[in-house]
Design a protein. Structure first.
Length: 221
């Protein structure tokens, strides 16, 4: 009985600490190393903080029918937001982004390798990532302290406790003249109740990439 009480007390203490530390969420910045950085401005239309900076011009996206998707770049600037992510994990995430952004854009555009009339050029840069905290990120979906917090976060569309994420930048050009049409920096993460996204170290980041690809396609429709 005494051991059970001690265990419960320990779990409650851990949950309380995590609730305090988990509330802080790092937002993307207008990364200084991006070519579009001088044109990025705070985005007042996004109170969620997922897309805190953007540049937008008046574009009729339906006038474009093809796209040149450049290989995903890994940001190397000092203001990058990689939290304990190895070089190998960065490369794996970049490859995953390449594949999923290609798949998403192919649903709307013809993918081409060179500029052509009515073509866009899209540059995606992986600017940051955070891994899941193994075991704890899953455990806190059920723990009496973490469960209610994650329920609230899920309802708000915000991050769950100790769950990974991905930060990135997208720059969209007219391929025929290299004019910048649109740019933004963003952060994506799974729903706070997405248990499956908490199991592997980088699973949440990959779910974030899936969302990022879907979001880009929606913007271009």
């Amino acid at each position: 009985m005494m051991r059970s009480l001690k265990t419960l007390s320990l779990l409650a203490a851990i949950s309380g600490l995590l609730l305090l530390t988990g509330c802080a969420s790092t937002r993307p910045t207008p990364y200084a190393g991006l070519p579009s950085s001088p044109q990025l401005r705070p985005n007042p239309e996004d109170p969620s903080g997922r897309v805190p900076y953007q540049y937008a011009s008046n574009v009729k996206w339906r006038e474009y029918s093809s796209v040149v998707l450049e290989p995903v770049e890994i940001y190397s600037g000092a203001d990058g937001q990689f939290e304990d992510i190895s070089a190998q994990e960065k490369e794996a995430l970049a490859q995953y982004m390449d594949a999923h952004f290609q798949k998403a854009l192919a649903g709307r555009f013809t993918l081409v390798n060179a500029p052509s009339p009515q073509a866009l050029r899209v540059r995606v840069t992986l600017t940051g990532a955070k891994s899941n905290t193994r075991f704890l990120s899953t455990f806190l979906r059920f723990d009496i302290g973490g469960g209610p917090y994650n329920a609230v976060q899920a309802a708000r569309g915000e991050e769950g406790l100790l769950t990974g994420s991905v930060s990135y930048a997208v720059e969209i050009f007219d391929a025929s003249n290299n004019r910048l049409l649109n740019a933004y920096v963003a952060k994506q993460f799974p729903n706070a109740w997405n248990i499956g996204a908490t199991l592997g170290r980088m699973d949440a980041s990959k779910v974030g990439i899936d969302k990022a690809a879907e979001d880009l396609l929606a913007r271009l429709n």
